[in-house]
Ligand binder design. Structure first.
Ligand SMILES: [Zn+2]
Length: 149
């Protein structure tokens, strides 16, 4: 039987974990099941997508649910992180965090890292595709984006 402590990794080496609430739980349940889903109004005359998610449509007040999206979109804006600032990413500099406008609706934007690319090659309006990857340190699965070929 080992006498070493169970947690050999310092907490600072792991990224912050999501904290789902009643409005975002559906998003995290979907990613855990391998689907990228966004909040959408169920009213057939409306069908507005919403980010951040809400329990009632901000346009017509109808209930909402989570529906799968293509994961395809364009870089709306981005930052290149060159200094160690967030635990879990301290040894992986530089990296790019983007705000991606999804194809489903103008203004429907989702943040995520843009991976497998040299930061200098990232530009606004670049076409990207979401992929789901495990977030170290917990049970969550998060979207990341790669250049769409
Ligand atoms: Zn609506």
């Amino acid at each position: 039987m080992s006498t070493t402590t169970e947690h050999t990794d310092a907490p600072a080496s792991l990224p912050p974990q999501p904290a789902p609430d009643v409005d975002t739980q559906g998003f995290w349940e979907a990613t855990a099941n391998g689907r990228l889903a966004m909040c959408r109004c169920i009213n057939p005359q409306c069908r507005l997508w919403m980010m951040p998610p809400l329990d009632a449509c901000r346009k017509c007040a109808a209930p909402t649910n989570f529906e799968e999206v293509s994961g395809q979109g364009s870089v709306y804006t981005f930052v290149v992180q060159r200094q160690a600032a967030v635990s879990g990413y301290l040894d992986n500099l530089p990296y790019v965090v983007g705000i991606i406008e999804l194809d489903e609706q103008p203004g429907l934007r989702l943040p995520g890292r843009i991976v497998d690319i040299i930061p200098e090659d990232v530009h606004c309006d670049m076409r990207v595709q979401a992929a789901l990857e495990p977030l170290p340190g917990g049970d969550y699965v998060v979207p990341v984006f790669r250049v769409l070929h």
